[in-house]
Ligand binder design. Structure first.
Ligand code: ZN
Length: 57
């Protein structure tokens, strides 16, 4: 059971790094800045919150 939960957490963590504009996996450059391979710059916390919101629907 704990193994499954761990996997879900990993997936959730991964989702935080998906760019909400283009769907590519990006990098969190600093505390508040998120940059994807296509050059989109987003607020990291905003990006994460959008990903979480989309997941909840
Ligand atoms: Zn992008």
């Amino acid at each position: 059971m704990s193994g499954l939960k761990k996997q879900q957490n990993k997936e959730k963590f991964y989702k935080l790094y998906i760019n909400t504009i283009c769907g590519k996996k990006g990098n969190r450059k600093s505390q508040g800045e998120f940059v994807c391979p296509n050059g989109h710059k987003l607020n990291a916390d905003y990006n994460a919150s959008v990903n979480i919101a989309q997941r909840a629907i």
